[in-house]
Design a protein. Structure first.
Length: 263
């Protein structure tokens, strides 16, 4: 096989910290060719989201089809999908394909801005969870989807019961920094190194995109989850705190390293 091909279906972050921009950087860092289907444009920086412009559903479908029909896709991920119309279009396009799919149910930006319309959450579960190789909510997203607070173990089981083949409840939030993976039969706890610094913008996107890329490269789900946790944690530790007045972006490529030389 040549270079692995990975597709992100998500929103654009004009500030470059999260969304498809973070996904494409994570794909590159994991040794994959990254492609994108943009579902929404956001006017966004480190402080917040000031505007969202949704891409028409038929244009989302056209982007997905264009990539699959020519270049091909070894693994795909979804991030911010914003509306039920977009979710339905994405599900219709992907159910005709057979590739590993990471569904990151992005609901709220780190700044607090809503990135999924309230009436779209049910469609996300109904249409995309059955197509997902794994869903990757953070603790707050998992609680919102399941509808109750519970330990990560129980939340992961409930997410699988909703139709996903596996669930990975990430550990960036809550008292314990642990990612919890449940594949329908086995529970795996993955310790995560937590860094107390304001450079977490794009951490969730980087995690799910790295997971997607590693599945595209042929990693097992467990091995991909362990490595994605390590990569996302390192990206936070290397984050670019000097950029912007708010939560700085993660740095998965090491561009902030003192000895980085442009090639």
């Amino acid at each position: 096989m040549g270079v692995p091909r990975c597709l992100t279906i998500a929103g654009s972050d004009s500030g470059g910290g999260a969304g498809i921009q973070a996904d494409l950087k994570a794909f590159a860092a994991a040794g994959c060719h990254g492609m994108s289907a943009v579902v929404a444009l956001t006017a966004q920086n480190t402080v917040g989201v000031t505007a969202v412009h949704e891409v028409p559903a038929d244009m989302v479908t056209a982007q997905i089809d264009a990539v699959f029909d020519d270049i091909g896709v070894d693994a795909a991920k979804t991030g911010m999908l914003f509306s039920e119309a977009v979710i339905v279009a994405v599900a219709d396009a992907l159910e005709r394909r057979s590739v590993p799919l990471v569904v990151d149910p992005v609901m709220v930006a780190s700044s607090g801005a809503r990135l999924l319309q309230p009436d779209a959450a049910a469609a996300l579960v109904r249409r995309l969870f059955p197509l997902a190789s794994v869903v990757t909510p953070n603790l707050m997203e998992a609680v919102a989807i399941v509808g109750r607070e519970a330990p990560r173990r129980e939340l992961a089981e409930a997410l699988v019961a909703l139709g996903a083949r596996a669930a990975l409840v990430t550990g960036g939030h809550g008292a314990e920094p642990v990612d919890h993976l449940f594949d329908g039969s086995e529970h795996v706890e993955i310790p995560v190194e937590r860094h107390e610094q304001a450079t977490t913008h794009g951490a969730g996107c980087t995690h799910s995109a790295t997971l997607c890329a590693l599945l595209g490269r042929g990693f097992t789900l467990r091995d991909a989850a362990v490595e994605a946790a390590r990569v996302a944690s390192r990206a936070v530790a290397d984050g670019l705190s000097e950029l912007g007045a708010g939560e700085g972006p993660v740095d998965v490529l090491g561009i902030g390293a003192p000895n980085t030389v442009a090639r």
